[in-house]
Design a protein around this ligand. Structure first.
Ligand code: CO
Length: 135
């Protein structure tokens, strides 16, 4: 089964404290936790919504992927993340279907998950992340 859940929708923001505060006032929910993921150059605030999360993403600097995204396009939706049971099988299927992969092999993301990104060229200009959580 691929994917089995919408894990998160990530929104790039300039100021994480301000975004968390405003999101809470507008939508009445706050983050379950925050995490700095140095390898991706971001700090994440994970706000639970049903069985999924809204992930507010702050770049750690201007010269990071999310920093460059905000520079080019401003704040906004950055990617969708699907939870998958077997990320290696999911990548294999995408490769077979001719998708353009950002990551040929999985790397470590937040929550210690194995993650990989699929290039926006592959589907409707939308960056997609696959997440294989620890069982
Ligand atoms: Co993500």
């Amino acid at each position: 089964m691929f994917p089995y859940n919408l894990d998160h929708v990530a929104i790039a923001v300039r100021d994480l404290d301000a975004a968390v505060e405003r999101y809470g006032r507008l939508y009445g929910a706050g983050p379950l936790y925050r995490e700095v993921v140095e390898a991706q150059g971001v700090e994440e605030a994970m706000i639970p919504v049903g069985g999924s999360f809204v992930q507010l993403l702050r770049p750690l600097g201007p010269d990071t992927p999310v920093g460059r995204f905000i520079e080019r396009r401003g704040e906004g939706v950055h990617h969708l993340a699907f939870a998958v049971a077997d990320i290696d099988a999911a990548l294999e299927r995408l490769r077979r279907e001719g998708a353009r992969l950002v990551d040929d092999t999985p790397r470590r993301g937040g929550r210690g998950a194995r993650i990989a990104f699929v290039h926006p060229d592959s589907f409707a200009s939308t960056l997609v992340e696959l997440v294989e959580l620890e069982p």
